[in-house]
Design a protein around this ligand. Structure first.
Ligand SMILES: Nc1ncnc2c1ncn2[C@@H]1O[C@H](COP(=O)(O)OP(=O)(O)OP(=O)(O)O)[C@@H](O)[C@H]1O
Length: 309
């Protein structure tokens, strides 16, 4: 398994009497897209700021690419692209000129082609030569993503990256995040309230409630944990569904079988897909459909959230 790119051990951050983050342990691996979820004031931004060296931990250790951000902020900044929730640009410069400025600041020569490509990638090709001051909030957010990518970072940290973007734009941003992971093995940490989007793009999520991380895992793992390790499989067969249901009910690991229209729903211990497919085809059934039903992240989130309250 790849080494952790982001490693947080026992992080606590207090602002006076307010404990913004308490005893946080978290590792994010290379090429992983990790989502920080939580209501307002849960501690997501504070965590992000400590990763960037913009807030110093009260206690605990934080490492990004092996560096201590509180002591080596400049080195961290060179390799980490950060998109805050409200991005600021020079309003009198065009988008392209703003990105040229960022390239110069980072000592990148010959950035023209890269800048043009990034502007296209975030869907701003048509507006590249308009002044940033005329941009909508969503356009600024897209420009923020392009800006963070100018220096080819190996880690991207995005605070609410799609909050002001329209649905088409959201699809574009999510596709871009996937591409960064799949083609460039980039590590991406994002915070969001928009659970459906998080579910679509994140390999793992962490649920924050009042400064504490109350659950970490893939959406499937969190759902299984809430369901006591049980999963629901949708099974579709050609022909005699009654016989298939009886065969299913006899199998080890199958707790219950139900009907829903043409489908059989098997409540199983853990992931029994291989076992079930083998048993049904072995008994002469033609399998038309086999899918593990996934819980929606909003359901998981609300259950964890209410448990903590
Ligand atoms: N500079 C600061 N001074 C004092 N308190 C702060 C400061 N920054 C954050 N806090 C407090 O720390 C807690 C966590 O805030 P944080 O911004 O990290 O939450 P968040 O999860 O990012 O919330 P949101 O979704 O609203 O951005 C809140 O109670 C907040 O009021």
């Amino acid at each position: 398994m790849d080494a952790a790119v982001i490693s947080i051990e026992g992080l606590t951050k207090r602002y006076g009497q307010v404990e913004a983050v308490r005893e946080l342990h978290l590792e994010v691996r290379r090429g992983e897209v990790f989502g920080l979820l939580g209501p307002n004031g849960a501690g997501k931004t504070t965590t992000i700021l400590t990763l960037l060296g913009l807030a110093e931990p009260t206690s605990g250790t934080v490492r990004v690419l092996g560096l201590d951000p509180a002591r080596e902020a400049a080195k961290v900044k060179r390799q980490v692209g950060y998109v805050p929730d409200a991005v600021g640009f020079y309003p009198n410069l065009t988008a392209r000129q703003n990105l040229r400025y960022t390239a110069r600041l980072n000592g990148i020569a010959d950035a023209e082609d890269r800048i043009a490509r990034l502007l296209e990638q975030v869907g701003l090709g048509h507006a590249a030569d308009r002044r940033a001051g005329t941009y909508s909030r969503g356009m600024l957010q897209r420009l923020g993503i392009a800006d963070a990518l100018v220096k080819s970072p190996s880690v991207m940290i995005l605070d609410e990256p799609t909050i002001a973007i329209d649905p088409d734009g959201v699809r574009q941003v999510l596709a871009l995040i996937r591409e960064l992971r799949d083609q460039h093995q980039m590590t991406v940490l994002l915070s969001s309230h928009l659970l459906y989007q998080v579910q679509e793009v994140c390999d793992r999520v962490g649920i924050f409630v009042r400064g504490r991380l109350v659950a970490v895992g893939s959406v499937e793992e969190l759902a299984a944990r809430l369901a006591g390790g049980r999963t629901v499989l949708e099974v579709g067969v050609a022909g005699d569904a009654g016989a298939a249901a009886r065969r299913l009910a006899e199998l080890d690991g199958v707790r219950d079988v139900d009907r829903e229209g043409d489908l059989l729903l098997a409540v199983c211990e853990g992931d029994s897909r291989g076992h079930i497919a083998g048993a049904l085809t072995g008994a002469g059934h033609t399998l038309l459909h086999l899918r593990q039903r996934s819980s929606h992240l909003d359901e998981i989130y609300h259950r964890y959230f209410h448990e903590q309250n």
